[in-house]
Write a protein that binds this ligand. Structure first.
Ligand code: ADP
Ligand SMILES: Cc1ncc(COP(=O)(O)OP(=O)(O)O)c(N)n1
Length: 259
């Protein structure tokens, strides 16, 4: 059985973060492990508080996983500050982490900041170069590329700029485009558009977490980057389409729809 690790923050209501990642791993019949970076009080209506764990304790959690069960792939989500980024980078290098997917989570859909703005530079300089693929949404692509990202043309421009910062591939997610949900994979100097129909469903909490975790699963299973992203998008689309309707706000996905 393939072994997957998520390094991320929590969502006690189960729609995003560590909880969405572990459900995605289980839905793909892989063995899920988790290192928690921040404990977040949030639900389908928004975030009310965040408590960051200490970098030392996050380092100890990473030691506990890597010295016992070596992961076949790693998904990294919410990282609140520079010191947490640094300890993750140190441990990924120490244990030679493989198949690394970074979802550079900065702000939740509800508009709450999940990463200090001062951490962006450390993220770009120290963590992104270790990633096999990074998965910014349009807002995150704007912050990483320092250009406006409002349409497909901008997504291509931003991807080319971000590509120069990293060794891996860039997936600029188009969940905030009008009329479609097309994502752009930029890899080896080429653009690959992944067409996505926009599903009319307000319940899209945790789409980014789910997509990046599914990509990590597929890399662990030996698929290449393009195949991993295509299959992950198909899984995600089904999880939105399944039409689960929970909570008072933007509800979670049905991660288990294939089972
Ligand atoms: N209404 C929707 N219908 C279909 N796919 C969607 C919808 N909303 C988001 N997606 C898809 O969900 C994934 C996450 O996209 P996005 O919402 O841009 O990221 P984030 O959750 O990080 O903000 C992308 O593959 C995007 O195309
Ligand atoms: C702990 C935690 N991590 C990430 C997110 C953002 O999740 P995402 O998949 O981008 O979905 P939305 O929240 O934007 O719908 C989060 N909320 N919490």
């Amino acid at each position: 059985m393939k072994k997957l690790l998520t390094i991320a923050g929590t969502d006690p209501s189960g729609g995003a973060g560590i909880q969405a990642d572990l459900k995605t791993f289980a839905a793909h019949k892989t063995y899920g492990m988790s290192v928690i970076t921040s404990v977040v009080a949030q639900n389908t209506t928004g975030v009310t508080n965040v408590v960051d764990l200490s970098p030392e304790f996050i380092g100890e959690q990473l030691d506990a996983v890597f010295t016992d069960i070596y992961p076949d792939a790693i998904k990294i989500g919410m990282i609140s500050n520079e010191n947490i980024i640094r300890v993750i980078v140190e441990k990924l290098k120490e244990y030679d982490g493989k198949n690394i997917v970074v979802d550079p989570v900065m702000v939740s859909t509800s508009g709450n900041s999940l990463m200090k703005s001062t951490a962006t530079k450390t993220l770009i300089q120290e963590l992104l170069p270790l990633a096999d693929i990074i998965t910014p949404n349009m807002f995150e692509a704007k912050l990483l590329s320092s250009i406006e990202v409002n349409n497909r043309k901008d997504m291509e421009k931003a991807a080319r700029i971000i590509d120069k910062l990293i060794k891996g591939a860039v997936l600029v997610k188009g969940g905030h485009l009008e009329n479609c949900a097309d994502d752009l994979l930029y890899m080896d100097g080429k653009c690959y558009w992944l067409a996505g129909e926009r599903i009319v469903n307000p319940n899209t909490h945790g789409t980014g977490c789910t997509l990046s975790s599914a990509i990590a699963v597929n890399l662990a299973k030996g698929m290449d980057i393009l195949e991993s992203v295509e299959e992950a998008k198909e899984y995600l689309t089904g999880a939105i389409k399944a039409g689960l309707d929970l909570g008072k706000g933007k509800g979670p996905l049905d991660h288990l729809y294939r089972l």
